[in-house]
Every structure is written in C-alpha cells, then in structure tokens.
Design a protein around this ligand. Sequence first.
Ligand code: NDP
Length: 277
Amino acid sequence: ARGNAQDQNKPTTIHLLPEFSLKDKVIVVSGGGRGVGLTQAEGLLEAGAIVHVLDRLPTPTADSDFAKVAAKAEKLGTSITYHHIDVRDQAALNEIVGGIADQEGHIDGLIAAAGIQQETPALEYTAEDADKMLGVNVTGVFMTAQAVARQMIKRKHKGSMVLIGSMSGTVANRGLICPAYNASKAAVLQLGRNLAAEWGEHGIRVNTLSPGYIVTSMTAGLFEAFPERKTAWPEANMLKRLSYPEEYRGAAVFLLSDASSFMTGADLRIDGGHCAW
Ligand code: NDP
C-alpha cells in the first residue's frame, strides 16, 4: 500500500533545468551533414535550437539521414537548414554566415565539427597531404569560428562555440598512423584557448570537445584497413568499448547553453577513460 501511495505522488512530467534550454537559439554546425555533427545538430533541435548546417556533402536527398533530422525538426516546431560550402573558403564562409545572421537576426553558437582523417606513415607524407589536413582541420575551424565571431561582435550578441578536437590531440594512438591528424587536433585545442582569451571581452565563450573513438564512417574506413583495431581499441579505455555519436549530444547542449555560462578556454574530454598501456 505504501508503494502505491508513493506512485500516486510521483510527478508525471520531468522538468529539466531551464539553463539547459536552447530555445530559439541560432546555432551553426559545420560538418553537420552526417556523423557526429549531424547527431549533435539533432540534439540541439531537441533542446529547442534553430540549426544551420555548413557541409561540403552534396545537397541531402529525401532519403538521407539529414532529411530525417529535418523532418523531426519540423515536428519539434523548429528548423535545420543545409548550406553547401567548403570551410576552407573564407569568402564563402563570411557570405553564408553573414546571410544566416541577417535572416535570423543573430547567431548564438557554433559547433565546428567539419574534419578529415588520413592515415599515412610519416615518411610517406607529402607537403600537400599535410597542408590538406591542416587546411580543413585547423584553418577551416579557425575561419568558421572567425566568420561566426564577426557576426556576434558586429551585433553585440554574446555566444558560445564548441570546436571539435579529439583525444588524439593529446595522445599518440597506439597502432594509428596519423601524425598530421593528431597535430591538427592538438592545434584545435590551442586555437580554442586563444580564441577564448581574445573574444572573452565580447561575451563569446570558446571550448573544445575532445571525443575518443566513435563509430562513424570516419572510423569505419580505419576498421576496414585494419580489422584488428575493432577489438584492440575498446581495450584501450576504461569502459572497454567504442562510443557512439549520440554520446556527445548532451555535451554539445551543455557547452552551448547557459548551463556552462562560466566555462571558457576549456577542453571537455569524453574518451571512456582512454589510458596508456
Ligand atoms: P564524418 O566524416 O562522418 O563527418 C564529417 C563531415 O565534415 C562530413 O560530412 C565531411 O564531408 C565534412 N567536411 C569535411 N571536410 C570539410 C570541408 N572542408 N568543408 C565542409 N565540410 C567538410 O566524420 P565524424 O563525424 O566521424 O567526425 C566529426 C568530427 O569529430 C571531426 O572533426 C573528427 O575529426 C572528430 N572526431 C571523430 C572521431 C571518430 O572516432 N569518428 C574521434 C574524435 C574526433 P566529406 O565527407 O565530403 O569529407
């Protein structure tokens, strides 16, 4: 009987803390056409945000994952818009991001997730390979953040940015041959700290989010080439498994919302406790 009485008093609705809400916040997500970026964009929509994706994938078809997320956005009473762009193109970034700010009136946040990975032994690397990697993963992230900050500062509108780094920015992965990728992710961490220092006076927070191994098309390619990694990589963290894009949604909402209002220049590392052998 006691149990029943307790059940009757149980609240039927769960109230989340209001500071986690992204209601009506306008968030730009680079690399949001698929993978981690698209999954994070879905999380932002669930939290009430209006999302604009920048990606170089061909315009999404009606049966694409992006289209499914767009349909969900409509049901939630919000929207996700696709903009085709290469984030290395500074002029195009300024034009598209400026257009988003004109259309929406302001921009509140950014997730910079556009990134590439290439495995090549260090001695075989060409200068072109290295430039390409740093061009997308560092300069592309920098220029995307710059285009968004320009609009925030011009409109005197404070905001929050999340640059996607990687645990590979601080560890040398066992059995993974990607010196330029790891160097690019180390650069993202330092870029984030410096942008945070420079833009803090404008109320712009900048943090990095460093994931561990995630099951996406990026890692699928790495598993195809070296199947033994499927068992070796989970062994390298405390939870003994790989992670999924959904496990980074909540962190994105936290970092972009007022729940993290005093957090800037920091790195949030989510890697299942990746540890040295
Ligand atoms: P995906 O390759 O699945 O998605 C990345 C998206 O970014 C793709 O749509 C890609 O397009 C796009 N993109 C790449 N270069 C550019 C460019 N120059 N301009 C515009 N868009 C571009 O990768 P993930 O979702 O796995 O990774 C997302 C982020 O997370 C990356 O920064 C990655 O480094 C990071 N990360 C991933 C981990 C993992 O295990 N997967 C672990 C730690 C960090 P296209 O396909 O044409 O290249």
